[in-house]
Design a protein around this ligand. Structure first.
Ligand SMILES: [Zn+2]
Length: 225
């Protein structure tokens, strides 16, 4: 008898421990908190801002969100990633809005995965991305950076190209050289990141700038819902 009570007590105590393996519902999404958010960022605030940012129907592309410390994030040195219907996101957040921005970005990858045909079959989005990519690479070449010919026609992620952008060219130089073409330097990474970055801008308040700088991807997003 006493033993049984102890077990119940322990279970109840476990459930009282806040924000550990705790799950929330965000429409169709289940959110698990493996590690509590840092810097007093309120998860409730994040969820409210996230729901307010994007139309409800886009939530349907995501099954799970996992908040915590994950080795995949550390290895890739990123704050969040999308994989197979799930979003993995660090609990170490600077602000609620930072976390919302990352979540919206990863939702974009789910949307992109589900709509590949609609987004890419007419090649217009790929061509818009490549025009910009070539313009920046040409400028970098004239600044004596060692730009490989193959990179001019490549639109998918490539670790060598990534290395070139962030280690050889460096973020500051890239930001300067890409400013007239891309909404952010990161959008230059690949056409998928170009789309995800645009999706962020579309829903997080840079809609008009996106429309004038990147009209094709703007239209593609506008036609998705
Ligand atoms: Zn991304």
């Amino acid at each position: 008898m006493g033993k049984k009570e102890n077990i119940i007590e322990r279970i109840e105590k476990k459930q009282e421990r806040p924000l550990e393996k705790f799950d929330y519902r965000i429409g169709p999404i289940t959110l698990f908190v493996n590690d509590a958010l840092t810097n007093d960022v309120s998860l409730q605030d994040v969820i409210e801002k996230f729901r307010a940012a994007i139309p409800e129907e886009f939530l349907g592309y995501i099954d799970y969100i996992y908040v915590g410390q994950f080795s995949e994030l550390e290895q890739r040195n990123v704050d969040s990633l999308y994989f197979d219907g799930g979003i993995y996101i660090t609990n170490q957040q600077k602000s609620a809005m930072d976390m919302v921005t990352n979540l919206v970005h990863e939702v974009a990858h789910g949307v992109e995965e589900a709509h590949k045909d609609r987004l890419y079959s007419d090649r217009a989005l790929i061509m818009e991305y490549l025009r910009k990519r070539r313009a920046v690479l040409t400028a970098l070449r004239s600044l004596k950076f060692d730009v490989e010919d193959g990179w001019l026609n490549m639109f998918e992620y490539d670790s060598g190209f990534d290395e070139f952008l962030y280690n050889e060219v460096g973020y500051q130089m890239l930001a300067t050289q890409s400013a007239n073409h891309f909404m952010s330097p990161y959008a230059m990474t690949s056409v998928r990141e170009y789309f995800a970055d645009a999706f962020e801008d579309y829903f997080l308040g840079r809609t008009h700038e996106l429309k004038s700088l990147c009209p094709v991807v703007y239209e593609k997003i506008d036609n998705l819902y």
